[in-house]
Design a protein around this ligand. Structure first.
Ligand code: FAD
Ligand code: UDP
Length: 365
């Protein structure tokens, strides 16, 4: 068999491209995935108690782009979940990102938009050139709120202090001057009604796609015949780490099932304090499942384990650029996705990249 395309990795990047090439261009695709399942880090399914869990932590699809929402919506309906997060402080839980409700609960007094602006004006620490993830926060809200919500959490999540991380890390969280308590601003958000794995199954359900699980790229690269290669794994591995390893942060997940219907007030509660975990997810909030028991998941930032996050530091960016230059010199090979592009991308951004690569292939051949 000669395949038109070999795709490495059955996460968002790999499956969107497999679907497009198979269904739009009628190409024969071999999709290889080294894990025992599809859906990459969005993988979900029933645990031993019959509760739907997301194996790699809480995943909520959110986007501001209608075309992305419509594209993904071909393979699923949405459950209408709107993501809200609380931060558990020593004596109370407050809404995140910081908004007027957060301030009122924190300081036990009313806040109007003007009062909050004034409060921050007196506390923010102007930074001439924002150079890191700490600068972003202290220049907006000052050191007290930084210490309370950001410093420990970031250290636990990344194993680095905010001064060592790029501004984009903490820029992900807005500061709000209204009472919008949603975690994401995006108008389109939710969890697939039948779960992410089911969405992926529908997406790659084509006679043109051959899926091989538990199969590493290395085991097929020399033996299979294919035209184009789409690679969605870690870019440094592709080049045998020739310039040294690119660090990817991992996460350890500890699941626990409890004999109660509800454990916590929100789907995700962050722990910005001294605890060794960063957050606890209770999946039934996200999936809207009814069940007499509940499964929760503790998350711990980890140096070892499956690659989850590219680590945005200046040194890593420079190292990535060396790999990227080599990748660009290759003919007929595309590097797509969070691990291959070494970028802190959300699911919708990965879909967007994959659709853009497809357009490039379609128009340029
Ligand atoms: P992946 O999902 O990592 O898929 C790559 C696949 O390639 C993997 O399955 C891997 O096993 C496979 N692979 C790698 N190398 C090889 C090889 N050599 N041979 C064969 N297979 C290989 N995004 C959101 O939009 N909303 C959220 O709420 C959200 N929450 C998140 C929570 C956590 C804890 C994490 C870690 C991420 C979260 N994300 C979220 C980000 C989201 O997971 C990613 O954007 C998305 O999964 C990236 O898709 P991808 O295809 O690029 O990579
Ligand atoms: N962050 C924090 N405290 C929080 C939530 C987030 O300090 O309670 C910081 C932290 O550095 C984190 C970044 O903001 O890595 C981005 O948070 P987000 O929730 O977007 O990260 P995700 O888990 O989605 O990657």
């Amino acid at each position: 068999m000669v395949y038109d395309c070999l795709i490495v990795g059955a996460g968002w990047a790999g499956c969107v491209l497999a679907e497009r090439l198979a269904n739009e261009l009628n190409q024969k695709v071999l999709l290889v995935e080294r894990r025992a399942h599809i859906a990459g880090n969005a993988y979900d399914g029933l645990d031993e108690h019959g509760i739907i869990v997301q194996r790699y932590g809480p995943h909520i699809f959110h986007t501001s782009a209608r075309h992305i929402w419509d594209y993904v919506g071909r393979f699923t309906s949405w459950n209408g979940y709107v993501h809200r997060v609380l931060a558990q402080l020593t004596d109370k839980a407050v809404s995140l990102p910081i908004n007027l409700d957060t301030m009122e609960r924190l300081y036990d007094r009313p806040f109007t938009t003007e009062q909050f602006r004034h409060f921050l004006e007196q506390r923010r620490m102007p930074v001439e050139m924002i150079a890191n993830a700490r600068d972003v926060v202290i220049s907006q809200v000052g050191s007290e709120l930084y210490e309370l919500f950001y410093r420990n959490y970031t250290k636990k999540q990344w194993g680095l202090s905010p001064e060592e991380l790029a501004p984009e890390v903490t820029r992900r969280l807005p500061v709000r001057f209204d009472r919008d308590t949603r975690y994401f601003d995006d108008p389109y958000q939710g969890v697939p009604e039948d779960g992410f794995t089911c969405l992926f199954e529908r997406m790659i359900d084509s006679p043109n796609i051959t899926l091989r699980l538990r199969t590493d790229y290395r085991s097929v690269a020399g033996s299979e015949r294919f035209g184009r290669l789409i690679y969605t794994g870690p870019i440094d591995e592709y080049f045998d780490c020739a310039y040294g390893r690119l660090p990817y942060r991992s996460v350890t997940f500890r699941f626990k099932t409890l004999n109660m219907e509800r454990f916590q007030e929100a789907g995700v509660i962050n722990y910005p304090g001294e605890q060794d975990y960063t957050r606890i997810t209770e999946f039934k909030h996200l999936t809207l499942q009814k069940h007499p028991k509940t499964t929760i998941c503790y998350e711990y930032g980890a140096a070892e384990g499956p690659p989850c996050y590219p680590v945005p530091t200046e040194a890593n960016r420079r190292l990535y650029e060396r790999y990227r230059a080599r990748a660009e010199a290759l003919e007929g090979v595309h590097f797509v996705g969070r691990l291959a592009q070494y970028e802190y991308l959300n699911m919708d951004q990965v879909v967007d990249r994959a659709l853009a690569v497809f357009e490039e292939i379609r128009t340029r051949g």
